[in-house]
Design a protein around this ligand. Structure first.
Ligand SMILES: Nc1ncnc2c1ncn2[C@@H]1O[C@H](COP(=O)(O)OP(=O)(O)OP(=O)(O)O)[C@@H](O)[C@H]1O
Ligand SMILES: [Mg+2]
Length: 338
């Protein structure tokens, strides 16, 4: 099983989300968009798993499917031993109290007519938390302080906050129901670099203090490096490499992971012996017509790339130190560690 060392909280098995692509004018189905195409991973209690890949590779669709904000077309999702995809409305409500999501743009998900305090109090009321009105008011202030805001921010409206403060508010709202697991869908991508660091520090502190588990989505490996215990790299609806963060950054196996690392100057391992820079050229193909065999082969610069890569679809296979890679040409090196 593709798991870390922590006790498993969330298990995603062979999850797929295929959308019907329709013709704009006639509304006729033109084909299938394989946005998520049979992916499996786990998130342990208190563990942060990074999910990284280029725009359009299926990260948000994965997040929405496993939280059942979308109904996936295939696979299983098990949260704390319970099958999420067969939960009835009541069980789903309880699940939503334990698994939350924070979006890239909190503005879009915050009610502009409610003050920060009012919004938090409303969530507490809906979930029957923190008792009566005074208790809710007190808890709302506590939540604001937990994310580095102050009591006086309770009276402000979303448009009166800066981008970073708004993201803090989005995180406070997610925390208000006391979840064990939070999906963070590019929570810092819209922020200035200095503010990004503050929010990442906050998320790291909250994880340590509250024992939270995260699925942290980003398009850049640098963002997830310090926060995540393990990282999964996604390409065109599939996971191509997954493993402990330290190992994946030190000794990436998949040519796509290598290319993503080369694209980040601070992570580039130029000083290492035998290092070869891997450049990523062109755009990913459409998930409506994925390439045959290994979906990465048209952009792959592996020195051993050949006909087999165009023909055979690689599965994720263990490649040492808890890492799994989906690359036929790395298979020959299996089990050998770094
Ligand atoms: N409702 C939908 N109907 C049809 N196609 C969709 C739908 N939602 C997403 N897609 C397609 O699924 C693919 C994956 O989209 P998704 O939003 O999950 O990517 P992403 O990795 O989150 O990208 P980004 O980094 O830009 O947020 C894309 O090709 C997208 O166009
Ligand atoms: Mg997205």
């Amino acid at each position: 099983m593709i798991a870390g060392e922590a006790e498993v909280l969330l298990e995603v098995m062979d999850l797929s989300m295929h959308f019907a692509a329709r013709d704009g004018a006639s509304g006729r189905v033109r084909g299938l968009v394989r946005a998520v195409d049979g992916i499996s991973f786990t998130v342990g209690r208190g563990e942060a798993l990074g999910l990284v890949g280029e725009s359009g590779c299926g990260k948000s669709t994965t997040a929405r499917s496993l939280l059942r904000l979308l109904e996936p077309t295939g696979g299983r999702v098990v949260f704390d031993g319970v099958d999420v995809l067969s939960m009835d409305a009541r069980a789903l409500r309880a699940f939503r109290g334990r698994a939350q999501i924070v979006f890239q743009d909190p503005f879009g998900s915050l009610n502009p007519r409610l003050t920060a305090g009012g919004m938090l109090e409303e969530v507490l009321q809906v979930h029957h938390l923190a008792g009566e009105a005074t208790g809710r008011r007190r808890r709302a202030v506590e939540l604001l302080e937990l994310v580095g805001l102050r009591a006086e921010h309770a009276g402000r409206y979303p448009h009166e906050f800066s981008g970073g403060q708004r993201q803090r508010l989005g995180i406070a709202r997610a925390l208000s129901v006391e979840p064990e697991f939070i999906v963070l869908d590019e929570p810092v991508s819209a922020l200035d670099v200095s503010v990004q660091a503050q929010i990442l520090n906050l998320l790291s502190d909250l994880k340590a203090d509250l024992g939270l588990a995260y699925l942290f989505i980003a398009h850049d490996l640098a963002v997830v490096e310090h926060l995540c215990d393990r990282v999964a790299v996604m390409y065109l609806g599939k996971i191509v490499e997954i493993g402990p963060a330290e190992r994946l950054y030190r000794a990436p196996r998949h040519p796509y992971t290598k290319a993503l690392l080369s694209a980040v100057p601070s992570l580039d391992r130029k000083s290492e012996p035998g290092y070869e820079r891997t450049m990523l050229t062109g755009d990913p193909p459409s998930p409506m017509s994925p390439p045959s065999g290994c979906v990465f082969h048209p952009r792959c610069s592996h020195p051993k790339k050949d006909e087999e890569c165009r023909r055979d679809m690689p599965d994720l296979e263990e490649c040492g130190e808890g890492c799994f890679v989906a690359c036929i040409k790395e298979r020959s090196r299996l089990g050998g560690g770094a």
